[in-house]
Design a protein around this ligand. Structure first.
Ligand code: SF4
Length: 245
């Protein structure tokens, strides 16, 4: 599925389906050439549980930026223990480029400018993501439509135009409440930071708890006034990756 026409055909089959139906269709069509991109946030652990029940050896990858909170490593370990057949690949950034960046600009360069933050996200996340996606025909994400206004018109399947592969968003129509109901009903391991008012969890120095009433992603790069996207779902110009309409 590398053209808009392919995506439109798939969309007619997937629109209005439950996340489990979307995942069943996806894994039947594409395993092992499809993987969930997971940061082990609430949406990701829901998808992991659903995928493991459909296909225990489903593929998952995660990006270890080197700056993750301890709680994220704890949930990664718990997930490996609960779903031992799952194929989890941990991607790391290139040592040389991280070392050069830190030498040139300091360990916490991201607080100094948007440019520095984007450079750090590119080196620690986007480049490893591109390596993880190389060879895949599609990737699965935990994006939900109501997470940010940027995501309001996203669809269950889209063309990742930057990489010419499809991107599948099984939880696109779900609410935050549905995610948490599923986690509790199914005993799914989750990141302990969620219980401390961290709805969205990334790297430790770039994530804070939110206050009641704040946007769900207000705790990400809170010192910037620009969008709260990390580069994984945006292109190099900072635009959201979406279908070519
Ligand atoms: S979230 Fe922060 S620490 Fe993590 S890669 Fe981006 S700028 Fe670097």
């Amino acid at each position: 599925m590398t053209t808009k026409a392919d995506i439109d055909i798939a969309l007619t089959q997937l629109q209005g389906k439950s996340p489990q139906e979307v995942l069943t269709w996806t894994l039947e069509q594409l395993h092992p050439h499809v993987a969930l991109a997971s940061s082990f946030g609430a949406e990701d652990v829901v998808l992991i549980d659903m995928m493991a029940k459909i296909r225990p050896d489903a593929c998952v990858f995660t990006l270890d930026t080197g700056r993750l909170p301890y709680e994220t490593y704890d949930v990664l370990a718990a997930i490996r223990q609960k779903y031992p057949q799952l194929q989890i690949q941990v991607m790391f950034p290139q040592t040389d480029t991280v070392q050069q960046m830190v030498q040139d600009k300091g360990i916490n360069l991201f607080y100094d400018s948007v440019e520095n933050r984007k450079q750090c996200c590119y080196i620690r996340k986007v480049e490893p993501l591109n390596r993880a996606l190389a060879g895949l025909k599609s990737w699965i994400t935990g994006l939900r439509r109501d997470q940010t206004t940027n995501r309001a018109d996203m669809r269950v399947i889209e063309l990742d135009a930057e990489r010419s592969i499809s991107k599948i968003n099984p939880l696109i129509d779900w609410t935050n409440d549905q995610v948490w109901e599923y986690i509790h009903q199914n005993g799914v391991p989750y990141n302990a930071l969620h219980d401390k008012n961290y709805p969205s969890i990334g790297c430790a120095p770039c994530t804070r708890a939110i206050a009641p009433g704040e946007d769900l992603r207000a705790g990400r790069w809170w010192w910037e006034q620009s969008n709260q996207e990390c580069g994984l779902h945006v292109n190099e110009q900072g635009e959201l990756v979406r279908s070519k309409a």
